[in-house]
Every structure is written in structure tokens, then in C-alpha cells.
Design a protein. Structure first.
Length: 453
């Protein structure tokens, strides 16, 4: 009996990924020469997922919107999503600002900016030069559709998908065969995702082994206060802010976290939310969110709703200022917050993008030297894990919020899924004993709509 229970536990993806993370930490610490060579394992898993992102996002958005009965519905969903994204990002920035001013993790370091060698961050500062608001808006429209798909640029793909979906919806019923074909293609791609998830534990193992081998556990001790501050702030934001939001939606945050535990552990090991986007699309639809809302909100949230990155930006910027004994008035900090509302957009789930956003913020402000980024180089990979996990949870909650707000969330199914998570066997394919709610988008009777007055 005990052997069968152990075997059942080992068949669950989150257990396998957790084992991979622990093994990676041990190998990276005790055998750093070996661990430093394992980075390709993590990179390979990320490449496998990125290979699937463009077609999955394209098909999800097109199928979801093309099957909407009213194009005004698509516009309404988009506006609600953007409104929620901005409110959530602002709250995340404020939470980070408050905590870093109370804890002051950089105080006492007394770093002289003139003695810092900034050559190590040249790549990030160069990338930050192309991170302005105008460049961001211009990047939404691709130079070519083929180029956007080839490069895996999420935002241009979403933009093109929206235009195509609107065009198909206007053409009416005669486009149904094409939309059905895209739907079948999408299901096939999800099947490929389930196969790729077999290597998720190996990817988490390689990524963690390389991180520990390169930066060492000693780095954690050196910057322990900053790391502890960021992780604590992320936990506060998730538990308090997102907990309240989920309660307002009538669902349990804790049960939702348990529902997406596989994805949380994968992101923890790979430090990239891109690694689980296909799985999250499947799970949010299984939860009872309509396909049209999931297809529009979740991929867009990867660019516009980076709660963890927002927390990181405020804490990292003020940490550098404190370490260099640079005094920032309350007005300076509020201006910093305003700039970060813009620079936090466009990270798109890529590991390290938050570092580029931070460089862009400091370059815009001129109060804090960009060379101060050198202080974060050794520990940024560990900080990235916290912000990536927070981004993941935040986007999942955002999808639920917009679906509930739009009246496109099957509450009975959502509660049933969350209640049964503990008893639901999730294997390495990512499959469960519960089937996705393909019909949730059209079964109006099963959807709970908010009361209107």
C-alpha cells in the first residue's frame, strides 16, 4: 500500500519538478563544475515551450474571439482586462514602495558609485535604450506576420490575431469551417504540450543546478535581506491583495494555488512564466473561464500585468538608492512609481526582462546611477524566481476576475475543480480526470452572471 502511494505521488508533475529543483540545488552546490554545464537542460525545455507559444496564442485568440456572438463583447473584455491590469500593477508598485521604505535593505552598504565597473551591464543598458514608450507602442505592429511568428514576439502575434479574429467574426457563419479547423489545430498543439511537459523536471533540474553553481549559495547570504524583503513582499501581495480579489470573486486563493501548483514549481525552477503559458491556457479553461476570455486575457496579461516585476522594480531601484546613500523625497518616489507604470510593461514572461525594465527606469530618472545595477547582477536570477511566480499567479487571478466580471465564469465548475484538486491525479502529461469545458463558452445557463442594478 505504501509503495503504491509513493508511486502515485511520484507520478504527479509538481512532485517530479520539486525533486528536480532539490537535486539541482544539491548538484550545483556540491558539484559546481558539473552544475555549471547543465544550463542547456533548462534552455532546451524553454525552447520546446517557446516553439509552441506562437501557434497556441494565435489559435486561442482567433478561435475565442471569432466565436463571440458580438464584437462589442470582445472590446468590453479588452477594456476590463486593461483596467484590472493597471489597478493591480499600481497596487503592486505601492506595496513594494511601502515595504522597501520600512525594511530599507540597502542601508549601511555605503557604495561609492564612482568605484563601480559598469561594463558587466552593458548588454542590459543597451537594451534599455530601446525600452521607451514610443518603441514599445511601435513594437506592437510587426514588420511582417512571418517575422513575428518566427521570433515568437507575443504582443505582435496578439495584435494580428485580434485583427484576424474580428475580420472572421464580421464575415459571419461562412468562416465556421476555418475556425473549427483552427480549433482542432489548437487541441493538437495542447497535445504536444502534454508531451513536452515530460521534460519539465529535467529543465527545472538543469536551470537550478546552473544557477547555484554559477552564483553560489553564498550570494544568497550576501544579499539575504534584499531577497527576504522581495520574497516577503511578493507573499504579502499574493496572500493579502490577490486573496481579497479572489474572495470578492467567490473563490479560494489557497485552492487556486493548489490547482496551479505544477505551473508554480516549473516557473520556480526555470524562472520564466513562458514555460507554462500553454498549460495555464488549458487549466483556466478547465476551471470554467470561457475560452474567449482566457484566449484574450491570459496572453495579454503576460505583457501588461507583471505584478511581480512591478514589486521588483520599486524594491530594486530603492535598494540601489539606499546602498549608494542617495536620498529620494516622497515626490521622487512617486515620480519613480509613475515611470515604472510604463517601464514594467512589455516583459512578456521572459527571464531577465525585469532587469532591462529596471535599467530603462533608472536611465529615465537620472537620480539613481544605472551603474548601480551591478549590485544586483549576482542575485538577480534568484530575485527573478520570486517575480516570475508572482506574475504567474497574478495573471491567473486576472483571468478569473475578468471572466467573473464579464459573467463568463462557470462558478459551479470552478468550485468543483478547486475542491477536487487535492484528489485529482495530475500526471506528467498534465492531464486530469476532469475534461476541459469546451462548451462553457456557449452554455449560457451554466455561467453565473453578476447582478446588475
Amino acid at each position: 500500500m505504501r509503495v503504491s502511494k509513493i508511486g502515485k505521488s511520484l507520478s504527479k508533475l509538481y512532485v517530479q519538478v520539486l525533486i528536480g529543483i532539490i537535486a539541482g540545488v544539491l548538484v550545483g552546490h556540491f558539484f559546481p563544475d558539473i552544475g555549471s554545464q547543465l544550463k542547456p537542460l533548462g534552455d532546451l525545455f524553454i525552447k520546446l515551450i517557446r516553439m509552441l507559444l506562437a501557434p497556441i496564442i494565435f489559435a486561442s485568440v482567433v478561435v475565442g474571439i471569432a466565436r463571440m456572438n458580438d464584437l462589442h463583447e470582445a472590446g468590453r473584455v479588452g477594456v476590463k482586462a486593461v483596467l484590472y491590469f493597471e489597478v493591480a500593477s499600481t497596487i503592486a508598485l505601492l506595496v513594494g514602495l511601502v515595504v522597501v521604505n520600512i525594511v530599507r535593505p540597502g542601508s549601511g552598504m555605503n557604495i561609492d558609485p564612482t568605484h563601480i565597473d559598469s561594463s558587466a551591464i552593458a548588454t542590459y543598458t543597451h537594451a534599455a535604450e530601446q525600452h521607451g514608450m514610443l518603441e514599445f507602442l511601435m513594437s506592437i505592429v510587426p514588420n511582417s506576420i512571418v517575422g513575428a511568428f518566427a521570433n515568437g514576439d507575443i504582443l505582435p502575434i496578439i495584435f494580428f490575431s485580434l485583427l484576424l479574429a474580428i475580420a472572421l467574426a464580421k464575415l459571419g457563419p461562412r468562416t465556421a469551417p476555418f475556425v473549427d479547423m483552427l480549433d482542432m489545430f489548437l487541441q493538437g498543439m495542447f497535445g504536444v504540450v502534454r508531451i513536452v511537459m515530460y521534460v519539465a523536471p529535467i529543465g527545472a533540474f538543469g536551470g537550478m543546478a546552473f544557477t547555484i553553481a554559477k552564483y553560489g549559495i553564498g550570494t544568497l547570504a550576501s544579499f539575504g535581506q534584499l531577497m527576504g524583503c522581495l520574497y516577503l513582499t511578493c507573499v504579502i501581495f499574493v496572500v493579502v491583495v490577490l486573496g481579497i480579489v479572489m474572495r470578492m470573486c467567490g473563490l479560494s486563493l489557497w485552492k487556486f494555488l493548489r490547482y496551479i501548483r505544477d505551473e508554480i514549481f516549473i516557473v520556480l525552477g526555470t524562472a520564466s512564466t513562458e514555460a507554462v503559458l500553454p498549460q495555464m491556457l488549458i487549466k483556466m479553461e478547465k476551471l470554467g473561464c470561457s475560452r474567449s476570455v482566457v484566449g484574450m486575457v491570459l496572453p495579454t496579461g503576460y505583457t501588461f500585468n507583471a505584478d511581480g516585476t512591478a514589486i521588483y522594480l520599486t524594491m530594486a531601484a530603492l535598494f540601489i538608492a539606499q546602498a549608494m546613500n542617495i536620498h529620494l523625497t516622497i515626490w521622487d518616489q512617486l515620480l519613480l512609481l509613475g515611470v515604472m507604470l510604463l517601464t514594467s510593461k512589455g516583459s512578456a514572461g521572459v527571464a531577465g526582462a525585469g532587469f532591462v525594465a529596471l535599467a530603462a527606469t533608472l536611465a529615465t530618472m537620472h537620480k539613481i546611477p544605472v551603474s548601480g545595477l551591478v549590485l544586483l547582477l549576482g542575485v538577480d536570477r534568484f530575485l527573478n524566481e520570486a517575480r516570475a511566480v508572482t506574475n504567474l499567479i497574478g495573471n491567473g487571478v486576472a483571468t478569473i476576475v475578468v471572466a467573473r466580471w464579464e459573467g463568463a465564469l462557470d462558478m459551479d465548475r470552478a468550485r468543483a475543480m478547486l475542491d477536487r484538486t487535492a484528489d485529482t491525479s495530475i500526471d506528467a502529461f498534465g492531464a486530469t480526470d476532469l475534461e476541459p469545458t469546451v462548451g462553457a463558452t456557449s452554455t449560457k445557463d451554466s455561467i453565473v452572471r453578476p447582478h446588475t442594478h
